[in-house]
Design a binder for this molecule. Structure first.
Ligand code: HEM
Length: 218
């Protein structure tokens, strides 16, 4: 096989992430909390609790965005239009009132997730794993979650800013661009493997947050 053919045959990071996290994705989307939330069995308070965990998680993720964003490779993955912290704060103000910060409980699995995001420092490969897991998820299944929250809990734009990307009118072209940026990262095969392993960790951290929420609300 020619060197060119070998290069062409090497799976891209985006394809490796999709394949490598498929099983973890299946587990995350079928946790008791998510299934109960999606089928209308929970309350708006349960959704507010999820939003509170996401506030802590995105605070840490977007602090990591700022750290990696000073490097060109990292900056290629940081998009202002993905920023979610402000939207979550709007949702929590609507759901819990202006004193929401006093009303929320950051759960143990969320603290562990936040610690993992802080620990990644400015490592672009690890950041890519975590940013992929959350932002492409928000632009994909997140849009299904949004419809279910509208349908079952009577929520409208005010409580669902997190799931609304005003500057991304069509998810597909944006997700394609994001995958192109992932695939352009200068990573060795070993680093691609490490990134996929970290994305699996990111999915498990999400599942653990859902398990904590399930213990309280299901
Ligand atoms: C209600 C639960 C969920 C549903 C129904 C769901 C559904 C989906 C669907 C249909 C896609 C494919 C979209 C496409 O091809 O454009 C997708 C992709 C994705 N989801 Fe989920 N999902 C859920 C939960 C999650 C969770 C909890 C995470 C991670 C925290 C996540 C992360 C992702 C990612 C990263 C992708 C992109 C896969 C890729 O193309 O590489 N999803 N999801």
């Amino acid at each position: 096989m020619s060197p060119a053919a070998t290069l062409t045959d090497r799976p891209t990071l985006s394809a490796s992430l999709r394949e490598g996290t498929r099983a973890e994705h299946g587990k995350a989307e079928s946790t008791g909390f998510i299934e109960a939330l999606m089928s209308g069995q929970l309350t708006v308070a349960a959704y507010a609790d999820l939003a509170a965990q996401q506030w802590a998680i995105y605070g840490a993720l977007e602090a990591a965005s700022a750290r990696v964003g000073v490097h060109p490779a990292g900056a290629s993955l940081v998009f202002d239009e993905l920023e979610r912290t402000t939207a979550i704060e709007q949702d929590l103000t609507f759901l819990l009132g202006p004193e929401w910060q006093r009303a929320v409980t950051i759960r143990p699995a969320t603290r562990a997730y936040v610690a993992a995001l802080s620990d990644l420092g400015d490592d672009v490969a690890l950041y890519a794993a975590h940013a992929y897991t959350r932002y492409l998820g928000d632009l994909s299944g997140g849009q299904i979650v949004k419809r279910m929250l509208e349908r079952h809990y009577g929520l409208g734009p005010e409580g669902l800013a997190f799931y609304t990307f005003p500057e991304i009118p069509k998810a597909k072209p944006f997700k394609d661009l994001y995958r192109e940026r992932l695939d352009a990262l200068p990573l060795t095969a070993a680093e691609v493997e490490r990134t996929v392993a970290e994305a699996c960790v990111a999915f498990r951290l999400n599942s653990a947050v859902f398990a904590d929420l399930g213990a309280v609300h299901c």
